[in-house]
Design a protein around this ligand. Structure first.
Ligand code: G1P
Length: 286
């Protein structure tokens, strides 16, 4: 029932310079898979079949990555490496339509989502921020979809964050709480520690009713000149119920170097083909 997902990937990736100079930050790999592919797979695995990248012309390698590469596939097959074909051209991409919309001005996350309005075309849709990488038996988006189906309203994934890091996130003011489901009363983008309405932060997965576009349009620029998605949700809350699902599972913030390296080590230790060697290497280093 949710068939479209929006992935904002137009950002400059300044924190990852010089790696992000010629390679989009989202294409940097965690082991052998670009970061953005983890989010794309998470979306496809809940039944999404249209992925809308909000991107920039500089980032053409993202399109190249999701296009089928038939020549390479033929070469792999003729050299007997058939088992690699699934890694090159994953079967789950076959029936997926990938859209690429350029965000000409870098005016923030809310502005990025607005660029998808025509393609979303009145449907409810998911938003995935690829910097947030989740690992759990049931994916973060799948947990969120369960809630969406129950409440038939816009829903946001959240998790608890220690107060010293709360200023990096959108933070909700919870209303009634029932079994990991929170009726959101208010939301604020990146509050100071002392002003934060709770320790419950927005992580990068959302499912929206298309009404969010109306509120994005009436959201003004914040003091840094950006249109914040969180500010649009704040207005949405005056008109509609919005719920949060407390995500259960692991989360890596790959927008920071620490989180990116953490995810790399964690995944390397889980990858049976290299885990023994990596464990030995880590022990030697320590
Ligand atoms: C964005 C959102 C913020 C959210 C965060 C999750 O911030 O604006 O509300 O908590 O993603 O990762 P960013 O990390 O892009 O600064």
């Amino acid at each position: 029932m949710i068939k479209k997902a929006v992935l904002p990937v137009a950002g400059f990736g300044t924190r990852f310079l010089p790696a992000s100079k010629a390679t989009p930050k989202e294409m940097l790999p965690i082991i052998d898979k670009p970061l953005v592919q983890y989010a794309v797979e998470e979306a496809i695995n809940i039944g999404i079949n249209e992925i809308i990248f909000i991107t920039s012309p500089e980032k053409y390698s993202i399109k190249k990555h999701f296009d089928k590469n038939q020549d390479f596939e033929d070469r792999l097959r003729s050299s007997g490496k058939d088992e690699m074909v699934e890694r090159l051209n994953p079967g789950i991409f076959t029936d997926v339509k990938f859209h690429y919309v350029n965000q000409n001005d870098q005016n923030g996350l809310g502005h990025a989502i607005l660029q998808a309005e025509d393609i979303v075309d009145g449907d409810s849709f998911a938003v995935l921020l690829p910097d947030d990488l989740f690992f759990s038996e049931k994916s973060c988006l799948s947990q969120l979809l369960d809630l969406y189906k129950r409440v038939d309203a816009s829903v946001i994934a959240v998790n608890k964050i220690d107060k010293d890091n709360i200023h990096k996130y959108g933070v909700i003011k919870p209303g009634s709480i029932d079994n990991n489901v929170i009726n959101i009363e208010d939301i604020v983008e990146k509050p100071n520690k002392v002003d934060a309405p709770s320790d419950i932060a927005v992580c990068g997965r959302y499912i929206f009713k298309s009404s969010i576009f109306n509120f994005l349009k009436s959201t003004g620029f914040d003091k840094s000149g950006e249109i914040q998605l969180t500010d649009a949700i704040k207005i949405l809350l005056k008109h509609e119920e919005v719920y949060a699902a407390v995500y259960t599972g692991e989360k890596f913030d790959c927008g920071s170097k620490q989180g990116f390296v953490h995810a790399t080590i964690a995944l390397a230790l889980r990858d049976k083909s290299i885990s023994n060697d990596i464990e030995k290497i880590i022990k030697e280093i320590i």
